[in-house]
Design a protein around this ligand. Structure first.
Ligand code: 0A1
Ligand code: ZN
Length: 866
């Protein structure tokens, strides 16, 4: 029998978009039979295969760490020499146009620490197949353009695994001798293998029903450990709301008789849209007032919606190859963002989404890992589940939707879904449907899919009092990114308005289409120079540079009728003050303080918006505005401004903090807004240095009937040395030590604290008995949060870099995917001073020199180190 060659090769192979070829063999049907056991699972697969086109190439079935126990073709067992193993794949020469191929393999799910393929998590057996996990379960052409009908038989010990779930609809079940039982599931919709899933375990079900727009009743089930059942109601409501929303907004109806969701504790990402059987990281299902913050509740709602929406954007219409990943992810993020906006506040949701885009995607786009929304090559596809594919991808759809308007956009998405239903499509297919269904030419717009980097748009306004006109000059330029030195101009829709500085009114909004490198727009009827409001609603994912004065920004912060633009003006006011402080310049901060005061006191604004608008930009965001990031100076500047705002408006913060105190817990928009504002007030009150600051924070911590207020009080206390800090951390730990998701918050709060000793504390916490590398949520809570804590991570000593590198090295042996996701913060060394840059690169080189490094980490580190 042939030897298995490792697929996590030491010289990783680059996959290129241009090398796409249609599959040599198709697999119209697959029958799977699992005899489940954590130590020894037997998987029997029977594939009908058909030759695709005229060629004589053998059948090649991908495999990763699989050994065939048996290989049969058309019922006949093959002998050694009739098949071979090449780079993990099973290669079988076949004579005819169609054959039946059977294989048997053995798996040990309890040994699978990568959490890809079939693995064990907290007594359950579950699967994760996207992107290339199915090849760890059975030999199969593991590519998304092979669509097959699945029939699955599951067999397991009945006491240990009373519930057996897979995709599609359940058909039969029965009992067997020796305490075993079985169940059969058939999925009538052909699907790519990355959407396959199974779950076996002792699970309880929150079960409800949804009647679709055509009157079909769908059985909904959310499966969790019995004790977690009370924490599933928010997810259930989110699911029903999503189903109704997709019908109403996109005309898309659910297509199976059952829709199941399972929550698992160990999961590499957020959740997975397997057909009819979504599998979730439990943090995006479980929520109750005692343990979930408002942000957690929103996370549950958004991710449940995201996975549900994939049923059409991803499952019914899937991706031809992984270079098209944004076809499903960008579109689905766009859909879940709009759903969440409809469920809550459009303004606040847009602010949050842009904050995420800037923090994650703009950073990615300006560093060594920058890549286009439709990449040209990869070594390991798992590394491409990025903010660029997801969030920038969503922004591209948002621009198309804006250019088309709601009716034409709906006509275009209808065309897309109808035309490509049951197909594996490309980004180009999507754009063509937008063009035809929306009656628009997107020739130039296509560049957004090809070109990496965040465009910069310089906007300058000149006023001519004689002609009473203003001229707006817009200039765009996209900086070079790895492999793309020269950029062509992009087509971008910029929503703009001009405000009369006396009346405070705008002349109405216009949509400017910037397509050239430089373009001029003239507006008439302005006796006095107006104030420019541009990229309203963040209509294009670009960095706008204007030379608006602090006074103009303060004006917009008070008068702009676009809430996002108003928020943006506040942020820019603050950024100017902070960057000025870091540079040692005298910047008038009174405008900032006045704007914050006026925003808080504006009776027309809701609390959630106020809380967003008055929040100081993060240290990381301030760093992004500078040529070279100085973490210490940035921290000092932000701290000082926060203290000043705290001090000068102290009575206001006391008042806001007192009047936002609620009687009883509610998830209404008003109650959530009040909590958000209350937390901002607490931050400023404590920052003011008032002697009772820690006491007020501690009382909030102690008295809160919800996690939002409790955790934010804890986070505020965690930033300073005080007895209250230690007391609160101890109380929190003892109260939640047995609840993994809540204990994650305890790790995360400390790792994210703006405290001079954070780096030492993180080292200590890495040795805490409750810390484990086996659980991705726990790793992210400690090391993910820490690497995002600019001041602490970039500690001059380089200790922060060493800690994260040590974690990457250790984790790579267990779970390369999760390890690779910790690399990007170290890769940003070009943005820092020489000493820090050298220390960061040194750690990257140390990682790279480790023997047996995974393809995942190798790709990220080798791209980052140069
Ligand atoms: N398609 C999922 C993302 C996802 C990708 C890979 C995973 O495996 C490790 C898991 C989930 C989504 O967009 O939600
Ligand atoms: Zn997705």
């Amino acid at each position: 029998m042939a030897d298995i060659q490792s697929t996590s090769a030491s010289s990783p192979i680059v996959v290129r978009r241009r090398d796409y070829r249609p599959p040599d063999w198709l697999v119209p049907t697959i029958d799977l039979d699992f005899s489940l056991d954590p130590a020894r699972t037997i998987v029997r697969a029977s594939l009908s295969v058909t030759r695709n086109g005229g060629h004589d190439r053998p059948l090649r079935l991908d495999g990763d760490e699989l050994t065939p126990i048996e290989v049969k073709v058309d019922g006949r067992a093959l002998g050694p020499g009739e098949w071979s193993i090449e780079q993990g794949a099973l290669v079988i020469p076949l004579p005819g146009p169609a054959h039946q191929v059977e294989t048997v393999v053995e798996l040990a799910p309890e040994q699978n620490s990568k959490l890809m393929g079939l693995y064990a998590s907290g007594g359950l057996l579950c699967t994760q197949c996207e992107a290339e996990g199915f090849r760890r379960i059975t030999f199969f052409p593991d590519r998304p353009d092979i669509l097959s009908r699945y029939s699955v038989r599951l067999e397991a010990d009945q006491a240990r695994y009373p519930i057996l779930l897979s995709n599609g609809d359940p058909t039969e079940q029965g009992e067997l001798p020796d305490g075993r039982h079985w169940a059969k599931w058939i999925d009538p919709f052909p699907k790519p293998c990355y959407l396959f899933a199974l779950v076996a375990g002792d699970l309880a079900c929150n079960s409800e029903s949804f009647v679709t727009m055509s009157g079909r009743a769908v059985k909904l089930g959310i499966w969790v450990k019995e004790a977690d059942l009370p924490r599933t109601s928010h997810a259930m409501q989110a699911l029903k709301d999503s189903m109704a929303w997709d019908e109403r907004v996109y005309g898309r109806e659910y297509d199976l008789d059952v829709f199941n969701i399972v929550a698992v504790a160990d999961f590499n990402f957020g959740a997975m849209e397997n057909k009819g059987l979504n599998i979730f990281n439990s943090r995006y299902i479980l929520a109750d007032a005692e343990t979930a913050t408002d942000a957690d509740y929103d996370g549950v709602e958004g991710v449940v919606a995201h996975e549900y929406f994939h049923n059409w954007s991803g499952n019914r219409v899937t991706c031809r190859d992984w270079f098209q990943l944004s076809l499903k992810e960008g579109f689905t993020v766009f859909r879940d963002q709009n759903f969440s906006a409809d469920m809550g506040s459009h303004a606040v949701k847009r602010i949050e989404d842009v904050r995420v885009l800037r923090a994650a995607q703009f950073q990615e786009d300006s560093g060594p890992l920058a890549h286009p929304v439709r990449p040209e090559s990869y070594m390991e596809i798992s590394n491409f589940y990025t903010a660029t594919i997801y969030n920038k991808g969503a922004e591209l759809i948002r621009m198309i939707a804006l250019m088309l308007g709601p009716d034409r956009f709906r006509a275009a998405t209808d065309l897309y879904f109808e035309r490509h239903d049951g197909e594996a499509a490309t980004c180009e297919d999507f754009i063509r449907a937008m063009e035809e269904g929306g009656r628009i030419d997107l020739t130039q717009f296509r560049r957004w899919y090809e070109q990496a980097g965040t465009p910069r748009v310089r906007a300058s306004l000149t006023h001519d009092p004689i002609t009473q006109s203003v001229e707006l000059v817009l200039e765009q330029n996209t900086p070079p990114t790895p492999g793309q030195p020269d950029k062509a101009p992009l087509a971008m829709p910029l929503r703009a308005a001009l405000f009369d500085r006396h009346s405070g009114r705008s002349s109405g909004e216009t949509l400017l289409m910037l397509t050239e490198e430089q373009q001029r727009f003239t507006f008439n009827g302005f006796a006095v120079a107006p104030v420019l409001s541009i990229n309203r609603g963040f209509s294009a994912p670009v960095i706008v540079e204007t030379s608006r004065s602090q006074a103009d920004l303060a004006f917009l912060a008070a008068h702009d009728d676009d809430p996002f633009a108003r928020y943006e003006a506040m942020q820019q006011l603050m950024v100017n003050a902070l960057v000025g402080r870091v540079a040692g310049q005298e910047v008038d901060e009174t405008a900032v303080i006045a704007a914050i005061r006026d925003t808080v006191n504006d009776p027309h604004l809701d609390s959630a918006f106020i809380a967003e608008a008055i929040r100081l930009p993060s240290e990381a965001y301030i760093g992004d505005q500078m040529v070279q990031v100085d973490p210490d100076d940035i921290h000092a500047a932000r701290d000082a401004l926060q203290r000043r705002v705290g001090k000068e408006l102290e009575p206001l913060w006391r008042d806001v903090h007192a009047r936002t105190r609620a009687n009883g817990f509610s998830l209404s928009a008003a109650a959530k807004g009040a909590r958000k504002l209350r937390n901002s007030a607490l931050i400023y009150l404590v920052a003011s240095g008032a002697v009772d600051g820690p006491t007020v924070a501690f009382s909030q911590f102690d008295e809160a009937d919800n996690m939002t207020e409790r955790q934010s009080a804890l986070a505020t206390l965690a930033n300073d040395r005080s007895d209250e800090r230690e007391a609160a951390l101890d109380i929190f730990y003892n109260r939640y030590r047995d609840d993994a998701l809540t204990l994650d918050k305890w790790f995360q709060t400390q790792a994210f604290a703006s405290h001079p000793d954070t780096v030492d504390l993180v080292e200590e916490l890495a040795g805490h008995p409750d810390f484990t590398l086996a659980n991705p949520n726990r790793v992210r809570s400690l090391f993910g949060a820490f690497a995002g804590n600019q001041w602490a991570f970039h500690h001059r000593s380089g200790k922060g870099y060493r800690l994260v590198a040590d974690c990457i090295i250790a984790l790579d042996k267990l779970n390369p995917q999760t390890a690779a996701r910790l690399v990007p913060p170290l890769g940003r060394w070009r943005r820092f001073d020489e000493e820090r840059a050298a220390l960061m690169r040194g750690e990257l080189q140390r990682i790279l020199s480790q023997p047996g490094l995974s393809k995942d980490v190798t790709e990220q580190v080798s791209k980052s180190v140069e």
